[in-house]
Design a protein around this ligand. Structure first.
Ligand code: TYD
Length: 217
């Protein structure tokens, strides 16, 4: 089973990934958690280029670098783990590309669909948890967690995060559009709820997905 987490930076995905992993392990399941971009030697190099460098990267090149990192991870790690009946939890997957490179950078959605299809080898998540938050609230959260003054040009922000508030507004619109078009796969949760309540919602949806899957076997 492939589970993905999505949302703009600062939505609180990583906390929920950890909690869900612990929950599933307590039920005796084999679980692998990964985050994109990265996860293989080459993909980690691509991550550095994409996030840590301050290079100005052309939007199509950025798209292809995220896709290259994903193709590495899918072929070398995700597909083998799924073949071993492992539950794979991914912090970001192809919806990030649609939201960030499509809606955020303005690349054609047809081009994105094609690149996503190639990079994922056609793999589709069984369930996606989208944690919804406004970019303003996400920024406030990020800076208050680190006790830093709120500044849009802060050194604390990586290359993607330095793209500005307007960019993040478009990214969020992208996620909301994805949610509207794929409600069967995507569960939207208000990221401002308490972490415990968000976890509860995730577990309850997981139980429904697993029951459905068992019934269809
Ligand atoms: P990361 O440090 O993993 O942040 P987060 O905790 O928010 O997931 O950074 C990943 C960044 O890369 C994030 O800003 C989203 C962006 N991204 C894309 O633009 N396209 C993609 O396809 C993926 C996977 C990530």
């Amino acid at each position: 089973m492939l589970i993905t987490f999505e949302g703009i930076d600062g939505a609180g995905k990583s906390t929920q990934v950890v909690r869900l992993k612990r929950h599933l392990q307590e039920l005796g399941r084999e679980v692998l958690t990964l985050r994109e971009p990265g996860g293989t030697e080459v993909a980690e190099h691509i991550r550095e280029l994409l996030l840590l460098s301050k290079h100005d990267i052309a939007p199509v090149a950025e798209l292809l670098l995220f896709a290259a990192s994903r193709a590495e991870l899918v072929q070398k790690v995700i597909i083998p783990a799924l073949d071993e009946q492992c539950i794979v939890i991914l912090d970001r997957f192809s919806d990030s590309t649609t939201a960030y490179q499509g809606y955020g950078r303005g690349l054609s959605l047809e081009l994105l669909a094609e690149v996503n299809r190639i990079a994922t080898f056609g793999l589709r998540p069984d369930i996606t948890f989208y944690l919804d938050i406004t970019p303003e609230d996400a920024l406030i959260r990020k800076f208050s967690e680190k006790s830093l003054p709120l500044a849009f040009d802060s050194e604390e922000l990586d290359r993607m995060e330095s793209s500005g508030l307007e960019f993040y507004r478009r990214v969020r619109e992208g996620y909301l559009a994805l949610f509207e078009s794929e409600r069967d796969r995507i569960e939207m949760i208000d990221a401002q709820l308490s972490p415990a309540l968000i976890h509860e919602r995730i577990v309850s949806r997981m139980t429904r997905v697993e029951t459905l899957q068992q019934a269809s076997r």
